[in-house]
Write a protein that binds this ligand. Structure first.
Ligand SMILES: Cc1cc2nc3c(=O)[nH]c(=O)nc-3n(C[C@H](O)[C@H](O)[C@H](O)COP(=O)(O)OP(=O)(O)OC[C@H]3O[C@@H](n4cnc5c(N)ncnc54)[C@H](O)[C@@H]3O)c2cc1C
Length: 398
């Protein structure tokens, strides 16, 4: 019987598993997907205060002001004690990650943020690979393609979990005294998102599709109190493509040109509705997009040429990994326009475009490329509070 069962093999689950093994506990990670790392594979940088890297770079941060800024930023929807704990332990967490072999490329501000962002060398995917290797080396057992269905209790005490093999549908019970729920958020669960905002239909979840709020629901079913659904944060835009999920466009250069470089944004009636520099803060940009019924990013052939040869007009505000030039943009556009040929239209038949995310109007002599975008729902800070003291919860807070 494993001493600890960790549900979810994202960054949180991996960190919990390594910590459990380093504390000498036997441990199993249950992961419903076929791969590990969850949304951590997309992470660019991690917030940290007073890490060794910051000390070496001479960066000092006033924690009280940072906490205040973060609370203001969330309009006090975020939980102050959780944020304080996060900030207070963030430096040692970064140092711990470095000690496990995770490499950082830089530390500094993201857009106009505080200089807290520790960018992973090779992105989140590289950090995930390092942590998975470390966990395996320490003897962590992984059950892949296995979803947790239920927390089991005996006489009011947690006694195990019921899991299901996603391929065969077979269910099994695993006895344990300690379970860590590390199942991520709920942006991929439309019903839960709808409870939080009446605008849910207009939001696009930018996630790998597995953030369905399972942990919350398992905990609620086991008697945890519904404390708060957390503060929603909208991101500065994602391509709205009826044919493909948003994360498929996340790494494309069309995505950068349309949603981050933001040369010209217009709304459903063709009005420019905001200074595109709003993108220096991705959440402000998300709110600006959310205020419009429909939004479009426009770039002409001159812009495409400039982006692909000279470089970005200004540094992309919300990413420490902004590329110098979008050299692949012309090829990506050519192939996407070819793929959507049946929707391409002259300016007088706009209706035919509605099933395509990208289209082209010929205004002699240059074509104008238009891409639909929508606010992206990326982050929700969730809080849970166990009401039954008999429901034992293990804490491996990092
Ligand atoms: C595009 C994008 C960019 C981001 N960039 C940053 C950034 O730069 N910096 C930053 O700090 N944060 C960033 N984030 C947020 C960050 O990725 C997440 O906060 C973090 O990865 C969450 O980790 P997690 O392990 O808690 O959850 P997840 O990564 O969601 O992992 C949860 C895992 O649990 C599994 N699971 C779920 N339910 C079950 C179940 N019932 N049974 C078994 N397994 C289950 C899932 O399959 C998944 O693998 C970004 C997010 C996105 C989407």
């Amino acid at each position: 019987m494993p001493e600890v069962v960790i549900i979810g093999g994202g960054l949180s689950g991996l960190v919990a598993a390594i910590t459990a093994r380093q504390a000498g506990l036997s441990c199993v990670v249950i992961e419903k997907g076929r791969s590990l790392g969850g949304d951590g594979n997309y992470v660019e940088g991690v917030m940290g205060v007073d890490s060794r890297l910051q000390q070496q770079a001479g960066i000092t941060i006033d924690r009280t002001r940072l906490l205040q800024d973060e609370l203001n930023y969330s309009h006090y929807e975020a939980s102050a004690p959780h944020l304080k704990q996060l900030i207070d332990h963030s430096g040692e967490t970064i140092d711990w990650l470095a000690d496990q072999g995770v490499k950082f490329a830089s530390v500094g501000p993201q857009g106009k943020s505080w200089p807290t962002i520790h960018a992973f060398a090779g992105g989140g995917h590289a950090a995930v690979a390092t942590l998975v290797a470390k966990a395996r080396q320490l003897g962590v057992e992984f059950c892949m393609s296995t979803s947790t269905q239920k927390l089991l209790q005996t006489a009011g005490h947690l006694s195990g979990v019921e899991v299901m093999n996603e391929v065969t549908g077979q269910t099994t019970k695993i006895a344990t005294d300690n379970v860590i729920l590390a199942t991520g958020g709920y942006v991929d669960n439309p019903e839960l998102v709808k409870k939080q905002t009446p605008l849910s239909d207009r939001l696009m979840s930018v996630s790998d599709g597995k953030s369905t709020g399972d942990g919350m629901q398992l905990a609620w079913a086991a008697g945890a109190m519904h404390d708060s659904m957390g503060a929603l944060q909208f991101g500065g835009g994602a391509i709205f493509d009826p044919m493909l999920p948003p994360f498929m466009h996340m790494t494309s250069e069309i995505g950068v040109a349309a949603t981050q470089e933001a040369i010209l944004w217009v709304n459903q009636v063709g009005d420019r509705f905001v200074n595109e520099d709003v993108n220096d803060n991705m959440c402000h940009a998300g709110n600006a997009l959310l205020g419009q019924a429909r939004t479009f990013a426009i770039f002409d052939a001159e812009a495409v040429k400039h982006l692909s040869t000279v470089g970005l007009y200004k540094a992309v505000g919300n990413s420490p990994f902004s590329p110098d030039t979008l050299s692949k943009l012309p090829d990506e556009l050519a192939s996407d326009l070819a793929a959507h040929r049946k929707y391409l239209a002259k300016a007088d038949s706009l209706e035919t475009w509605q099933n395509s995310y990208i289209y082209r109007i010929w205004l002699i002599p240059l074509p104008i490329i238009i891409s639909k975008s929508r606010p992206a729902l990326m982050l929700i800070l969730v809080k849970l509070r166990p009401i039954s003291r008999r429901l034992r919860m293990a804490h491996f807070m990092r």
